[in-house]
Design a protein around this ligand. Structure first.
Ligand code: ZN
Length: 270
């Protein structure tokens, strides 16, 4: 049976480093941790391991990635910052770092220096035995350019919620089924102009709270090389319902959603 995981639950009254025993008790096998600039990863990592959870990947910083496509020291700094994440994963035995290739709208165009920096970073990570998984966000050409140009030791992080909102006609598994390395799972109602504004956009809801076709998702996922965990990336910000729930209620609801999805994924692989 596939493993299931989640990022810690953001913005509840229970600090992240105290959440792991309950996440384990509810039935999660693993967690994904963010390691942004200024984050102290050690208490989170230690807490997860102590609770008997695996750390399946970490998310590297995202807000300065656009600098990597332009000349200047900021782009070099970005690479150094990600190297620290790779070093941490290498020493902790975490297999994968998830990265973006752009941040929000209007990144600089794809450039030789950006590709060259990504190649350097990917070589560094491969030498350390750490996979980089580049995630789909807004559909800019940078993602394809990076994945095409780096070693196939590295691959793709399929964020199905972003797929539904930002690029509903793009079949990422048609492109990257053989490079799928990590998944971010969350739900939404897409970006359709005819839905109410509060229902539109990148909501990061629990599976089955939006309208993503999970049967289709399961089929596509099973067409890929990925046999890793099904991992949730949920946010409370876009749901009044979630904000009223306790940490324990949320953890149970997260688990219910991803378990139901797991059943669909398992069934469609038979
Ligand atoms: Zn994501």
């Amino acid at each position: 049976m596939r493993k299931i995981g989640t990022a810690p639950i953001w913005a509840t009254t229970v600090p992240m480093e105290e959440q792991f025993p309950f996440l384990k008790e509810v039935g999660f096998d693993c967690v994904m941790l963010s390691y942004f600039v200024g984050d102290d990863i050690a208490p989170l990592y230690n807490g997860a391991i102590k609770a008997g959870l695996e750390v399946c990947n970490i998310h590297g910083p995202i807000s300065t990635v656009n600098s990597v496509w332009a000349e200047g020291i900021d782009g070099d700094d970005y690479i150094e910052i990600q190297k620290e994440r790779i070093n941490f994963c290498h020493s902790a035995g975490i297999p994968t770092v998830v990265l973006h290739t752009t941040f929000l709208k209007n990144p600089p165009p794809v450039s030789d220096i950006g590709i060259e920096r990504h190649k350097r970073l990917c070589d560094y990570a491969e030498n350390k035995g750490v996979h980089l998984a580049f995630e789909n966000v807004e559909p800019y050409p940078h993602l394809d350019a990076v994945i095409k140009n780096v070693s196939d030791f590295h691959g793709f992080c399929w964020d199905v919620g972003h797929n539904n909102v930002y690029a509903p006609t793009t079949d990422y598994m048609a492109k990257y089924a053989d490079r799928l390395t990590a998944v971010h799972i969350h739900d939404n109602h897409g970006a359709a102009w005819y839905s109410a504004p509060e229902m539109r956009g990148d909501k990061h809801w629990i599976p089955f709270d939006g309208s993503i076709d999970w049967e289709k998702y399961a089929e596509k996922l099973n067409s890929s090389v990925y046999d890793g965990p099904l991992t949730l990336e949920i946010s409370l910000g876009a749901s009044e319902e979630y904000k009223k729930m306790t940490f324990e209620e949320l953890a149970v609801k997260y688990h219910k959603g991803v378990s139901k999805l797991r059943e669909i994924v398992e069934k469609s692989s038979e």
